[in-house]
Design a protein around this ligand. Structure first.
Ligand code: ATP
Ligand code: MG
Length: 230
């Protein structure tokens, strides 16, 4: 079973909330993303960007509408499968207490060569090579020996290994510096060229090269077009 095999995403009149008793945070969103499309998402703080990304892995309650990925309504997909097949890099990623290897490859599926290659792609190879234990270096719970940006690069390496058709990248708000930002975008445009990628960005410059830009405001889509048309 290789769903999703192309990475098309369709949202049909999606409304969502964090709990059944709370107010909706996304209102009637209808969108369609093609396989391989690069979508940049922006909007003020609290506009619903992270919430939108969470609907795709059913982390929030979609109480109205449908989300269809490669022909399948994700409400019908077992959670474990859904979350395994989609790669989502949260704003403040969490690394587990354990080795670098375990964090990259919890199921022990890849060779050392593949792991080093993924670290190289995410530009973390030098960092890990300098650690005493290298791939077997222990990371403390939470991974706070890394910056938020570095943790995101780490997640990107993991996503690269898993070869997910769909990547959702919620850029770190605070600490992200231009340098890490540039690396992230570079890796996405080269190593994820054929994947569907949603990038939530805090600087418009980050997503100017997207195929489409989506602007959210108060849980609604207020702009949706190519960068040149906006
Ligand atoms: P930022 O740029 O600060 O990351 P955002 O666009 O990602 O903002 P969201 O985090 O999606 O915004 O927030 C949208 C709305 O959902 C806000 O009103 C926020 O208060 C609410 N919200 C976010 N997280 C939760 C949560 N865990 N429980 C309840 N409400 C939440
Ligand atoms: Mg957010």
């Amino acid at each position: 079973d290789n769903w999703p095999d192309t990475g098309s995403i369709e949202l049909k009149h999606v409304s969502a909330r964090y709990a059944e008793t709370s107010n909706p945070v996304l209102h009637n969103i209808t969108l369609q993303f093609k396989p391989g499309e690069k979508i940049g998402i922006c909007g003020r703080t609290g506009s619903g960007k992270s919430s939108l990304s969470l609907t795709l892995i059913r982390m929030i309650d979609v109480f109205q509408g449908q989300i269809i990925i490669d022909g399948i309504d994700i409400s019908q997909v077992p959670l474990l499968i859904l979350r395994k097949r989609m790669s989502i890099i949260p704003q403040d990623p969490h690394l587990f207490a354990g080795t670098i290897r375990f964090n990259l490859d919890p199921e022990g599926r890849y060779t050392n060569e593949k792991l080093w290659n993924a670290l190289h792609i995410a530009q973390l190879k030098d960092t890990v090579e300098m650690m005493r234990g290298r791939l077997d270096e222990q990371i403390p719970e939470g991974g706070d020996t890394f910056s938020a940006g570095q943790k995101q690069l780490f997640c990107l390496a993991r996503a690269f290994l898993r070869k997910s058709r769909i990547l959702i990248m919620d850029e770190a708000t605070s600490s992200i510096d231009f340098h890490t930002d540039a690396i992230l975008q570079n890796v996405i445009s080269t190593s994820f060229a054929d994947k569907t990628v949603l990038t939530i960005a805090h600087r418009i410059s980050t997503i100017l090269e997207s195929d489409t830009i989506l602007v959210l405001s108060d849980g609604e889509v207020i702009e949706y077009d190519t960068p040149t048309n906006l």
